[in-house]
Design a protein around this ligand. Sequence first.
Ligand code: C2O
Ligand code: CU
Length: 423
Amino acid sequence: MNMRTKFTQRLAEIEIVPGTRTQLLTYDGMFPGPTFHFQANRTAVVRMRNQLDVPTSTHLHGGVTPPESDGYPTDLVRPQGTKDYTYPNRQRAATLWYHDHRMDYTAPQVYRGLSGTAIVTDDEDTNLPLPKDDHDIPLHVCDRAFNGDGTLIYPALVPGPGVQDAYGNGVLGDVILVNGAPWPVLEVNASAYRFRILNASNARRYEFALDPGADLVQVGSDVGLLEKPVRHRSLPAAPAERFDVVIDFSAYPVGTEVTLRNTLESGNLGQVMRFKVVRPGKAGFTVPDKLSTVSKPDKEVATRTFDFRAGSDDRMRMWRINGQMFDPNASLATPKLGTVERWRFTSDFHHPVHLHLAHFQVVSRSGRGPAPSDAGWKDTVDVRPYEVVDVLARFDGYRGRYMLHCHNLEHEDMAMMANFDVG
Ligand code: C2O
Ligand code: CU
């Protein structure tokens, strides 16, 4: 069975801040966009009709996608245009993200609404005794800033592209939205839930924790199930990272309110959402000790270093990889199809580094082992200031031109992006 689906990118007015309307760029009038449901190894064709007044390019983040459907920044769908994106989904079950990737304008167009969750399922995942159906919930987390009348505040340079100087490190909002609602409250029963947390923020990092305290039991990373669960008292999440976690509310008495906090902030910004335990539920859930088999990557055939750093000589600050600003005609690496390479990332700041196509495992951080939150196969890794992060990346699936870039979306638009060619 092949999935064929049509979506229309169009303007919509949505009530986000109660009592106001916010005009957004949307997929099918929704923010976040409708959740895509894909079946592993079943090709899905997604038809995007662009009825906006700006060009778009849609990227399935974490997808193993042929280059012509990967949402390359200059592969634009013009206003009134249509494109069929083909997703073969030859990959494991995972929580992915789809979002706009228009050259120079990814940050404002995602900020204005072009963002949604995509879920790939397979038999292995479906057969695991994990919470299902209405106990399996995606949490699309992002921050935005609003004027009193509900309009979004984005400090774009006019004319664009880019942001005003003061926002060169990235744009942060002062309202936290989960599934498009500010600080929502979710009524739960006293049982276990699976939450697929996506940090869909342009630049904000989180450290998620529950209050009153309980563990976030991670079962999946960016691109699939872990081998075994990892328990976190608090869980750091950089932009574009996904964490598939189980929270068991059965330990809380009915009536308890549990806050999902961001411990990097205080006050309103220190809160993400609340869970209200309103009914008794099934107690005694345990996450299986063995979730999946996570293969070790083969031995690397090459090592390459990518340095993520601000340029110092610019009038307007630009961000660079190996000293270069993005050039669509240049390529920084030519890995061979079917091989594994060690890619080393160095940086001057927090840069969440993302590779298209290739999935990787984090093997070291500044000579030490990976962090607990680095477990499993990933497509995005948070490289912290002055850290040296090594990953083993597997270049599998398709030949062609793909990219690596910083997923702080303002950094991305300010040129912190590069091509690599899989040959
Ligand atoms: Cu989520 Cu190239 O992006
Ligand atoms: Cu960056």
